[in-house]
Design a binder for this molecule. Structure first.
Ligand SMILES: NC(=O)c1ccc[n+]([C@@H]2O[C@H](COP(=O)([O-])OP(=O)(O)OC[C@H]3O[C@@H](n4cnc5c(N)ncnc54)[C@H](OP(=O)(O)O)[C@@H]3O)[C@@H](O)[C@H]2O)c1
Length: 316
C-alpha cells in the first residue's frame, strides 16, 4: 500500500465541479452532510446517494442547494449502484447501521465501485482502531472489521479514517463529563490517553482524503488526545467550575456490567444501544485501540478543535 510519512503535508487535488465526482453514500446523515459541505468547499463535484425515503428530505434539499447532485439509490439494486458509481474518482461511505448496512449494503456499493473502475473507496469506519481490538469486544466494530476483510480483497485503493470518539459526544451522549454533579466518570485508569475528534474535523479530513490521489490504507487523526485527568481540566477551564473524578471500578468490573446491561436491555436491533456505547468506552479505556501514529498534519489548513472548546460551547 502506498503510504506517506505522517509529518509530510499533502495537498489534496482541488477538484473543480467539472472533474470526476466523489460519490457519497449516507450523504443525508449527520457526518455525511458535513463531508458533502467540505467536499464542495474544496471544489469537488459531489454525487450524493439517498434512498427513496430520504430523497425529498430537508437534508437532501440542503445537499442540492450546496450544488451536490442527489441520486436516488436502492442499495439492493446493483443497476442503481452501477449508475451511481459511473465515472467517479472516489466512493465515500458515511452509512450507519448494522450488518445489513455496514457489511451487506457496503459490499454491494464496493462491488459497483470496482465494476465501474472507481480508483478509491473510503468505508464508513470513523472510529477507534478496530484492527487492534479482539473479536467480540465491540459488536459495531466487529462489523467494520468484517467489511474491511472484503475491502482488502477488492482491486481498489481502500482508506479507512480512524478518528477515535466524536468529541461532540462528550456534550451529553457519552456519560463521561457530567456537568450536573460536576464529575468526570471513568473505569480503569485516569491517565489512559484517549482520542477525540469533532465530527466537523473528521468531515474536513475525510473530504481531503477523498481528493487525495494516493492515500494509505489507514489514516489516523485525533483533534485532541486527552486522559480523564485532561478531560477534568478541560471541563474546569470550559465552565470555570471545579470537577471531581469518579472512578466507578476496574475494567474487569466494567466488562461484567456491560454483559449484564446487554442481558437486561438487549435492544439488538438498535445501532447504538447503551451496552454498545459501553463497549466503545471500555475499548478506549483499555488503550488497545489508541491511534498511532497520527496523520493530523497530512492535509494543511485543518484547525483541530480542542475538547475544552467543545465542552464550553452552548448546547445546540
Ligand atoms: N467515532 C464516533 O464517536 C462516532 C459516533 C457516531 C457515529 N460514528 C460513525 O459515523 C458514521 C456516520 O454516522 P452518522 O451519525 O452520520 O449516521 P446517521 O446520521 O444515522 O446517517 C447515516 C446515513 O446512513 C444511511 N442509512 C441509514 N440506514 C440505512 C439503511 N438501512 N440502508 C442504507 N442506508 C442507510 C442514511 O442515508 P440515506 O437515508 O440518505 O440513504 C443516513 O443518512 C458511521 O460510521 C457511524 O458509526 C462515529
Amino acid at each position: 500500500m502506498p503510504s506517506t510519512p505522517a509529518a509530510q503535508p499533502i495537498i489534496s487535488e482541488q477538484s473543480t465541479s467539472d472533474s470526476a465526482p466523489v460519490v457519497l453514500a449516507g450523504a443525508t446523515g449527520a457526518l455525511g452532510l458535513l463531508i458533502a459541505h467540505h467536499l464542495r468547499q474544496r471544489g469537488a463535484a459531489v454525487r450524493a446517494l439517498a434512498r427513496p425515503e430520504t430523497r425529498n428530505s430537508a437534508e437532501a434539499t440542503s445537499l442540492r442547494v450546496q450544488g451536490a447532485e442527489v441520486v436516488t439509490v436502492d442499495y439492493n439494486n446493483p443497476a442503481d449502484l452501477a449508475r451511481a458509481c459511473a465515472g467517479a474518482a472516489c466512493v465515500v461511505s458515511a452509512l450507519s447501521g448494522l450488518r445489513e448496512v455496514i457489511v451487506d449494503a457496503q459490499t454491494r456499493l464496493l462491488e459497483a465501485a470496482v465494476a465501474a473502475g472507481v480508483p478509491r473507496f473510503i468505508p464508513s469506519d470513523f472510529c477507534i482502531d478496530y484492527t487492534k481490538l479482539p473479536e467480540g469486544s465491540n459488536r459495531n466494530l466487529d462489523l467494520r472489521r468484517e467489511f474491511s476483510r472484503r475491502l482488502d480483497q477488492a482491486p481498489i485503493q481502500a482508506t479507512s479514517i480512524l478518528n477515535g470518539m466524536f468529541t461532540d459526544l462528550l456534550k451529553g451522549t457519552a456519560p463521561v463529563v457530567l456537568p450536573g454533579p460536576r464529575r468526570v466518570v471513568y473505569w480503569g485508569s485516569a491517565d489512559q490517553p484517549l482520542d477525540f475528534t469533532t465530527m466537523v474535523n473528521t468531515a474536513e479530513f475525510t473530504a481531503a482524503a477523498a481528493l487525495d490521489p494516493a492515500p494509505p490504507r489507514f489514516l489516523r487523526v485525533a483533534g485532541e488526545v486527552a486522559s480523564i485527568r485532561d478531560l477534568q481540566r478541560a471541563a474546569e477551564a470550559a465552565t470555570g467550575k471545579a470537577f471531581k473524578l469518579f472512578r466507578v471500578g476496574s475494567l474487569k468490573t466494567f466488562g461484567k456490567v456491560i454483559k449484564l446491561t446487554k442481558a437486561l436491555m438487549p435492544a439488538n436491533d438498535d445501532v447504538f444501544p447503551p451496552w454498545q456505547g459501553m463497549q466503545y468506552l471500555h475499548n478506549m479505556f483499555t488503550g488497545l485501540p489508541k491511534l498511532a501514529p497520527l496523520d493530523n498534519e497530512r492535509y494543511p489548513g485543518i484547525r483541530w478543535t480542542p475538547v475544552r472548546e467543545v465542552l464550553g460551547a452552548s448546547r445546540q
